[in-house]
Structure formats: C-alpha cells, structure tokens
Design a protein around this ligand. Structure first.
Ligand code: MGD
Ligand code: MGD
Ligand code: SF4
Ligand code: MO
Length: 750
C-alpha cells in the first residue's frame, strides 16, 4: 500500500513543494505539488530523485565514535558523552575560541540548522566561527550591511514583474537560483521574455542561461565590478540617474558620482574585454526600461572585488529608481521575520570588530574566512591558542574550501572533532564522533532563511513525511544535545534549549514598544504556544510575533502554527512590496550609498583597470543534477554530462596541444590536479572551467558510488591566500592557472 505526503524540497534554494509517494517507510516517488502556493507543481531532476537521495544506503544510521583510532558504531548516549568529554576540557584549558565551529551549506536547508547553531555560538562564546558564507555570498552581506545597516537585508529581483533583467555570474538554469528563491526560475526567465522583457547575461561561459538571453557578454572573469562601475559612470555622465521613490531615503549620491568618475567605459573596456559602446548601451537600456533589476551571484561574489561588485549591483538598482519598487529589486518580508520596528536610525553595521589570529583577517558578520580555517588549526602564534577542537555541522570544507590537502592534515591534528553529517565523507572521516541526522523524509521543514530571499511572500511548513526510524534522532534534537554537551550542560533535557530560547525571545518582545505583545506576561504567552515539539513551538512563536502574526490574540486573523498546519500547501502572502525606509538600520537611517569601507577599497579597483591575467584563468560551474560536494553518491544524479572535466576553448586547446577527452594538468598556487579535457567554445578564450565538490578518492570514507568516479578537487588548485579583503570571501573564480596536456614524457610542471 502506498500513500502520499507533502515535503518541501531541501535540495536547493528554490524550495519547491513536492508530493512524495511512500511505501512503508520508503520514498518511492516524488512529483511537483501542483497546489503548492509558491512552486505550483514545478520540480527538477534533483527533486524527482528525492527518494534516491533520501534512501541512499550509504547514509549513516547510527552515531560513530572513534575508539583506538577507529570509527565504530555507538549509541547516542556514548556519542554525546564523547562530545562533552572532547570539548569541555578544551574550553576549560584553552578558552572558548580554541573550539572552532564550521557551519556548512545544508544548515540553510534544515530547521535544525536555522534554530540551534546561533544558540551553540552564543553558549560557547567562541570567535573561531567559519561558514560556507565566506566561500559564497559574504560580499553580498557586507554590501547590504554597509548600504542598509543590515547584513541580511538583501533585495531580490522581482522576477515575475520586471521588464529587464541584467544577470551577472549566475546560472539559474543549472543552479535553480540563489539569493533569489524562485521555484521554476527558468520558467520565470522565459515568461519575462514572453511579456516582451529583456534578459542580459554576463558570464565568461555561454551557459544554458546565457543561451536564453537577448544578449550575452562573455566578460573576463573577476572584472564585473569594473563593468558595473562604468555603467554607474554612464548613468551620471548622461544624466540618466532617476532615483524615483527612494530618493528621500538616500544619502551620498553626489559623493558616489565623484567616486565612479574614473571608471569610464573606455577606461574599463580592456580589463573587462567588453567594448565601451556595449557598456553604454547596457546602462542606457537599464535606465530606459520601465522597470529593471540587476542581479549578481556566485560569479560576481567569489572574485577579488566581490564586495564592490555586490555593492555596485545595488547601486545600479538605486540609481535607476529600481530599488524597492515592483519590477525592480525589493526586500521580501518573511512570516518569521522579527516584528518590523518603526523606521529610524539603527546601530549600523560594523566590520573587523576582531581579527583572525594568524593572518589578521577582519571578521565579517561575526565570521572568519573559511579559507583561514586550516591555518587557524595548524599554526601556533603568540597571539593565542590554535583551534584544538572542532564542531562541524553539515560541512565538507575538505572539498569546498581552498587547499583541501592542508585542511585534511590540519583536521587530523585536532584533539577532538565532531561532525553532524549523514555521510562518512572527506571531512567527517576526521571526526572523533559523527552524529548522523535522519534523511529529509523523516525531518520537518520550514524555510527560515530562503523565505527572506523569496520572489513572493509566502509561508509553508511540512511535518516529517515518514516517522523517525527506530534508533534515529531528529536533527533538531541532535543539535540541542550538542549545544548542551558543548556548553557544560551535558545530560540536561534537550527541550530546555527551546524553552530557554522561547523565554528569552518573549522576555525581550514584551519590552519592545512596537511589539504586538508589549507589556504582556511572557509566561502567559509561552503557555499559549502550540506544536508537538520544541522546534514547532519556536516556529509558532516566531509566526505569532512576526509581521503577519496573530500577535498572540491581538490580530484575530493573523498567522500561527495551527493556521499554517491547516493549509498544507502553504499560505500566499502576496507579491513583494516596497518597504523603505523600514528595513534600514544604518546610523543615519538612510541608505548610505558610499560607505567608508567601500571608499577605502576603491583604489584597489582603480588598480585593476591596468591588470591583465598573464595566462589562463579558472572559473567554476554547476550542473543541474549536482549539489556542491554531497550528491555524487546518488547514481541517478551522476553520469551523462555531469562530469568533472576541464572545459577549455578550442583555440586554447590547440595552442596547448590539448585533445578532447585527454588528461590535462591544471596547476595553481595550492597544487595541481589532472582531469580530462572537454574542448568546447562554451567557455571563452583564456578561461578554463572545472566544477567543484569532486575529489572523492580519499581513504576512509563511505561513499561507494562517488568513490568509483571520484573526479578531482578543484579547490586544491587554491592556496587560500586569495580573498576579497572586505568580506574575507574566497576567490574561487578568475584564479590564475597553468594548463598542460599530459603526455607520456611530459615533464612535471615546475
Ligand atoms: N571552487 C569552488 N568551490 C566552492 C564553490 C564554487 O562555486 N567553486 N561553491 C561554494 C559554495 S556556494 C558553497 S555553499 C560551499 C558548500 O560547501 P559546504 O558548506 O561544505 O557544503 P556541501 O558541499 O554541500 O556539503 C554539505 C555537507 O553536509 C552534509 N549534509 C547533507 N545533508 C545534510 C543534513 O540534512 N544535515 C546535516 N547535518 N548535514 C547534511 C553532506 O553530507 C556534506 O558533508 O562550497 C563552496 N565551494
Ligand atoms: N545544480 C546545482 N544547483 C545548485 C548548487 C549546485 O552545486 N548544483 N549549489 C547551490 C549553491 S550552494 C549556490 S550558492 C547556488 C549558486 O548559484 P549560481 O550563482 O547560479 O551558481 P553557478 O551555477 O555556479 O553560476 C555562476 C556563474 O558565474 C560564472 N562566472 C565565473 N566567474 C565569473 C565572473 O568573474 N563574472 C561573471 N559575470 N560570471 C562569472 C560561471 O561561469 C557560472 O556560470 O547554486 C545552488 N544550486
Ligand atoms: S528546483 Fe531545487 S527545490 Fe525545486 S525540486 Fe529541484 S532541487 Fe528541489
Ligand atoms: Mo552556496
């Protein structure tokens, strides 16, 4: 007998609603939920393989604990005993920052990852915090922090309504979108064209997204900030600036004009390899479009001027009056956002409040660069203790961060490491304790993070589609117990963590004059919370306090968990709406167009006007049937075009004697890898491309399918020294490399 259950897909940022077919406790099918208020039935090949991802026989079923050097199956009790015994002595002897915490990408795809890591960090008090953000979108957080005073206030392009989209360094036809949650992103681009809109794609590769575009510019990697600065320059010089409705909320327009004065189209053309006339046309079209949005992603972030490029994306939206207007780029309003406070000056955003111990990298958003993790473990300094214990949650930095070999060695030298991870992989194989979360079918789901980045306001929640298997522990409980074990409360009831958060949050809310619960008794409010678990009670609390909430009875038709549960396909909360000035938290209470850290970084961009790569540069790429480092173990999602090959332009291949299909060596500052060449004019001259997340050939893992076709780790080519200085984000694109055909008597590259 089979049955169906709804489950929001956690496999990428699009958050599609799925209808799962379940036989017994096994997911045997997945299709798009046509009634889902947001995704309306869309599904991609990854979502369709939900059952295979969920049921991968290599997923760990029990905790593992290292005994006599070997990882062995253990009980949960033994595992948490080992965690407490491993972490507490390090904290007590060397202080909290000797415990590092690494939070990987899937934390934004699980409820556990949204609800507990903040409690862990607060409880531990460590400054050794690293996340996937610094190999991804930290530049966007920093630019938003500086512009709006809130690192999480990220405007998203109004895909459904815009007339003109300028998309840089993103390939949503493969990635399904990022920092722009939009189920069926490809369909939305086609709809934009069908309604007469224009799509321009800037990408050194002719991607599937670029093929859809009205215009594709194969820019030289790493130079988007120059291109965008030149567009801003044209808007000023040609009198095309029209600030629109946001004008009263802006500060620094004249200073901005002066700041971009040097970046004329003629000045940037050689560096970008885009002709000056085209740059002028881009700027004019952007200004002329009834509504328009500029949107930049991985290719504009993971580069040496990532923060400047991210800032300029917003600057262009602002100068053309497109920030905060329908059809432009708007700030979403999620159901679990905090109660909007009245507009007015805020605390602002600070960078570099402390620095990393070894290289002195400034913190950003409380984080240090993931690129610096290895040195923070393996390098002793007079300034303080190295990291001696590590907590890794949903992170595989051995493959996803620069210089995996160095990190691999560093992890091996730790006194203690715990990984919360379903797989024994390149990173978790170093752990002393591995705590495996259940597969997604057995977990509840709500998108705390992605709803704040969604192209339509909506709210959905799905309970576990399949009950927890015997012997399994919910990931929310795993993380709650981890919090307790790491903070000296080992053995306490994990519900205590949720109760503590609820008490603190309500205690604060009743003191806030703008809160719907101002002046009420927090205990009375806590008693009203519904939900079967601690996490559900927390969701209920956030919904009720949030912008659409019932305010604990104040707004009778407002949101709460019970109302949400009654709508299994979700509740639509309407299109994105203008919100300025409410989201601003800058000290001035305005959008600060030209903040000082940006001013201080502009000379580096001026320098870049004269820089040209001496040889080839490397960029990444994604494949629709993959996801970073952890989906190569699912047979249904591998093979075909999803391969770890080096894309190289035919002219470069000819010059270097590289033949299609033959092995090539790619060497960078951090090391070299050998991969098969794929000769294609899909990549521009002077640029080669390798995907990331491969290199599954290290011993001691349990990835039977992935290790059979391991590919190579592109990040081994990096040494971790190339960063965007403002954000600490790793430079993963536009990296200088040497490429050589591997021939029998080819001498090793020196
Ligand atoms: N060269 C290059 N490198 C890159 C990138 C690039 O474009 N080029 N992209 C970067 C980007 S954008 C990112 S986000 C990072 C991602 O890098 P990471 O943050 O390391 O994320 P993943 O590679 O997705 O690995 C996630 C880990 O979480 C585990 N996992 C999967 N599901 C769950 C779950 O439900 N719970 C828990 N606890 N664990 C789970 C997986 O087994 C895996 O070990 O990689 C970055 N690295
Ligand atoms: N199928 C699949 N989907 C995914 C993921 C995955 O691994 N696989 N990962 C998820 C994650 S964690 C993220 S963050 C998102 C990322 O989502 P996207 O940002 O859409 O990521 P990519 O597909 O890597 O697209 C980046 C593009 O930037 C181009 N590029 C490289 N350098 C430059 C440059 O200097 N300038 C410009 N203009 N372009 C450049 C590359 O050629 C590439 O086509 O995808 C998410 N979705
Ligand atoms: S687009 Fe993303 S969220 Fe939607 S089905 Fe595919 S993997 Fe899942
Ligand atoms: Mo990412």
């Amino acid at each position: 007998m089979s049955r169906t259950a709804l489950r929001i897909c956690p496999l990428c940022e699009a958050t599609c609603g799925l209808t799962l077919t379940i036989e017994g406790t096994r997911v045997t099918g997945a299709r798009g939920d046509r009634d889902d208020v947001f995704s309306r039935g869309f599904i991609c090949p990854k979502g369709a393989s939900f059952g295979a991802v969920d049921g991968d026989p290599d997923r760990l079923r029990t905790p593992l604990v290292r005994v006599d050097g070997e990882l062995r199956e253990a009980t949960w009790e033994e595992a948490f005993d080992a965690v407490a015994a491993g972490i507490r002595p390090v904290v007590e002897r060397y202080g909290p920052s000797a415990v590092g915490v690494v939070l990987g990408n899937p934390n934004v795809h699980t409820m556990a990852g949204a609800l507990y890591p903040t409690v862990l960090l607060a409880g531990l008090g460590t400054r050794s915090v690293f996340t996937a953000s610094t190999v991804d979108q930290m530049p966007k957080h920093v630019s938003s922090g500086l512009l709006y005073g809130d690192a999480n206030a990220i405007p998203v392009p109004d895909l459904d309504h815009t007339d003109h989209l300028l998309l840089l360094g993103a390939n949503p036809l493969e990635s399904n979108g990022s920092l722009c949650t939009a189920p069926d992103f490809p369909g939305k681009l086609k709809a934009l064209k069908a309604r007469g809109g224009t799509l321009t794609v800037v990408d050194p590769r002719r991607t599937r997204t670029a093929k859809l575009a009205d215009r594709h510019l194969a820019i030289r990697p790493g130079t988007d900030a120059l291109l965008l600065a030149a567009m801003a320059n044209v808007l000023f010089e040609e009198g095309l600036v029209d600030l629109g409705e946001s004008a009263p909320h802006l500060q620094g327009v004249d200073e901005l004009r002066a700041a971009v004065a040097d970046f004329t189209p003629e000045a940037v053309t050689d560096a970008c390899d885009v002709d000056a006339a085209t740059i002028r046309t881009l700027a004019r079209e952007l200004a002329a479009a009834p509504t328009a949005a500029v949107y930049g992603r991985i290719g504009s972030c993971t580069v040496p001027h990532g923060t400047l490029a991210s800032w300029l994306v917003d600057v262009l939206n602002i100068l053309t009056g497109n920030l905060d207007r329908p059809g432009g780029a708007l700030f979403p309003q999620a159901a679990t956002d905090r109660t909007p406070r009245p507009a007015g000056p805020g605390h602002g955003f600070a960078l570099g409040r402390w620095r990393s111990r070894v290289s002195g990298h400034p913190e950003a958003k409380g984080e240090l660069p993931l690129s610096a993790l290895a040195e923070e473990i393996d390098t002793a300094t007079a300034e303080g203790e190295p990291i001696r214990a590590l907590v890794a949650v949903a992170a595989n930095p051995v493959l996803s961060a620069p210089d995996g070999n160095r990190l691999d060695k560093a992890l091996d030298s730790l006194d203690f490491m715990v990984s919360v991870d379903p797989y024994l992989n390149e990173t978790s194989r170093h752990a002393h304790v591995v705590l495996p979360p259940p597969p997604p079918s057995q977990s509840p789901h709500h998108d705390f993070a992605f709803n704040t980045l969604a192209v339509r306001n909506q709210v959905r929640y799905t309970r576990p589609a399949v009950p927890l298997e015997p012997g399994r522990m919910a990931e929310t409980e795993i993380l709650a117990r981890l919090v307790l074990a790491a903070t000296g409360m080992h053995g306490a009831d994990p519900d205590a963590v949720d109760t503590m958060v609820i008490d603190q949050t309500l205690g604060k809310a009743v003191k806030e004059p703008h809160s719907p619960v101002h002046g009420r008794d927090p205990r009375e409010l806590a008693a009203q919370l519904t939900g079967e678990t601690g996490p559900e009670r927390r969701l209920d609390m956030m919904l009720r306090l949030g912008p659409y909430g019932d305010g604990f009875g104040v707004r009778t038709d407002g949101l709460n968990l019970a109302r949400l549960l009654a709508q299994p396909h979700g509740i639509d909360l309407g299109p994105l709406r203008p919100r300025l000035p409410q989201p601003l938290k800058t000290r001035s209470g305005k959008v600060e167009l030209l903040p000082q850290p940006i001013v201080d970084d502009l000379p580096r961009l001026r320098q870049a006007l004269h820089e040209r790569p001496a040889g080839l540069v490397l960029v990444g790429r994604r494949h629709l049937r993959s996801n970073n480092s952890w989906m190569h173990n699912v047979p249904a999602l591998t093979g075909g075009t999803n391969r770890c090959t080096l894309h190289i332009h035919p002219e470069d291949a000819d010059r270097l004697g590289v033949r299609d299909g033959a092995p090539v060596r790619v060497k960078g500052a951090g090391g070299e890898v050998t991969a098969p060449a794929e000769v294609t004019d899909g990549v521009r001259r002077g640029v080669v491309s390798l995907p990331h997340g491969w290199g599954h050939d290290r011993p001691g893992t349990r990835l039977s399918h992935a290790s059979a076709d391991p590919g190579v780790n592109v990040n081994q080519i990096l040494d971790g020294s190339l960063l965007d200085p403002l954000s600490g984000n790793a430079v993963l694109n536009g990296v200088p490399v040497e490429v050589a055909a591997v021939t029998e008597n080819f001498p090793a590259l020196t």
